[in-house]
Design a protein. Structure first.
Length: 477
């Protein structure tokens, strides 16, 4: 194939013909990445300016490598700085070293998780490793699942399987269903549950919101009432969605009690453990997930508390056979294997990146003991953060933390309560500028709150102390 119009480094020559120029280019990019990560503390958690090109266009002629490298440098400085120890506003972590390296390897060999023949190693690795995670959650030896490109997709697939099981809808759908299907989720459940209901043809209104207690946990009595009310209204309940780690406060629904309700009414139980699922790797904290072993399906995002680069999400199912029977669409253009189902046939996605390698490498490098230590240190730092709040009468927490999320706000007596939202909004900006600490500002129960997510392994008590010193300074101004 004629490549006369292409740069010499456009591809890596499989015969090694451009070895020198490719290695030089790759070395420059790697040096840029490592330098950026190793000096992340010197910058802001969020970019102060975003430098976009004057115009975004597809060039007629190749752009020089030096200019492309300069653009990459600008991109690095204009992006969210998750490696900064002061970036504690979201469930977005800095990635493990082997997560970065694994992503490089995966991109280089460019396998496709659609089928076994296009990812002979990764397909098998994914199936086996997800069986290990299913065992961690207590789902049993018959459990398994698939990786997906986001928690929203994992929730979508879980609800699709739940719907298909209840209504035998794999082939015929639910258009002939006389009585409308409904599912139940906490009023603070992730918005992807409503999106999934919309995509599945049920409509967002089919998700019945269940009231929560003061700690943002689903009220089980309200759940029972809602199920009975739906049945009396000639609707057909088919699923309960419990949350293990709510987005705003990090709280965990009473999974054991909810699983008992699901069993009583013969409803599918899906646990959205996108965040809190990491506790399964901590011997000390895993008891917070009591009841998750009764789930029919689980969403878990290692891209959050396991520090794996995005995307890295798994959808687990108690019974792999149920997943296959309720969801599989055979791909006739793919080669069959007698003892292995192509993952693209049992996933909402077809062609897919091999996310499994960076997860497996990170697990190999840190081990359960390493992840357990990270989780424990995070809880200790959370306790310290909570102590600082309690020492200040002008601050209050939304609820008692169950994970490493703290949702709090200022309620200064010297400021009208109608101005508290503005006070906290301005405080967020002040803290980013003065202490290089980023806290998010979610809306919760009708007000604006500050949210800290203590994920970064380099965030320590000194940073937290300085943060609260700046809060004191702001309050006195």
């Amino acid at each position: 194939m004629n490549q006369s119009q292409l740069p010499l480094s456009a591809f890596v020559d499989p015969r090694g013909g451009n070895k020198t120029v490719v290695e030089q280019l790759a070395g420059q990019v790697l040096e840029m990445i490592w330098s950026h990560l190793q000096t992340a503390d010197a910058s802001s958690p969020l970019p102060q300016t975003i430098q976009l090109p004057v115009s975004i266009e597809i060039p007629d002629q190749p752009v020089s490598e030096s200019k492309i490298l300069a653009q990459l440098q600008t991109i690095l400085s204009s992006s969210m700085n998750a490696a900064h120890p002061g970036f504690i506003g979201h469930m977005d972590s800095m990635p493990t070293t082997f997560s970065i390296l694994g992503e490089m390897v995966t991109a280089a060999i460019n396998n496709n998780m659609l089928s076994l023949e296009m990812s002979p190693f990764f397909s098998r690795l994914e199936s086996l490793l997800l069986q290990e995670f299913a065992a961690l959650f207590g789902l049993g030896t018959q459990a398994g699942g698939v990786m997906l490109s986001g928690g929203s997709l994992a929730n979508l697939q879980a609800l699709a399987v739940a719907r298909n099981v209840k209504f035998d809808a794999l082939q015929q759908g639910i258009t002939a269903q006389i009585h409308p299907p409904v599912l139940f989720a906490s009023e603070v459940a992730h918005t992807s549950i409503q999106k999934a209901a919309m995509v599945l043809g049920l409509g967002a209104s089919s998700v019945v919101p269940i009231k929560t207690n003061a700690n943002s946990q689903m009220n089980v009595n309200e759940l029972r009432y809602a199920i009975e009310n739906a049945k009396q209204s000639h609707k057909v309940p088919f699923c309960i969605v419990a949350t293990a780690g709510t987005t705003t406060t990090g709280n965990i629904d009473p999974l054991l009690e909810i699983s008992q309700v699901a069993r009583e009414y013969q409803l599918w139980l899906h646990v959205d453990a996108a965040y809190g699922g990491a506790l399964a790797l901590s011997e000390k904290q895993r008891q917070r997930l009591a009841g998750v072993e009764n789930a029919d399906s689980i969403t878990f995002n290692p891209q959050k508390w396991l520090y794996v680069a995005k995307n890295c999400v798994m959808g687990l199912f108690r019974d792999t056979a149920t997943l296959v029977n309720a969801f599989r669409i055979a791909a006739p253009y793919m080669r069959d294997s007698d003892n292995f189902i192509n993952l693209g046939e049992i996933s909402v996605q077809g062609t897919r990146h091999a996310e499994i390698l960076k997860l497996w490498l990170s697990l190999q490098h840190l081990g359960k003991i390493g992840y357990s230590q990270l989780i424990e240190e995070s809880y200790q730092l959370t306790d310290y953060f909570v102590q600082q709040i309690k020492q200040r009468p002008f601050l209050e927490m939304a609820c008692q933390p169950e994970t490493n999320l703290i949702c709090f706000r200022g309620v200064p007596a010297w400021v009208s309560s109608t101005e508290w939202d503005n006070w906290n909004t301005n405080l967020q900006t002040y803290l980013l500028q003065k202490s290089k600490v980023f806290l998010s500002l979610p809306a919760y129960r009708g007000s604006r709150w500050l949210r800290a997510v203590l994920l970064n392994p380099y965030t320590d008590e000194k940073i937290i102390s300085r943060l609260f010193d700046e809060i004191d300074t702001y309050a006195k101004a």
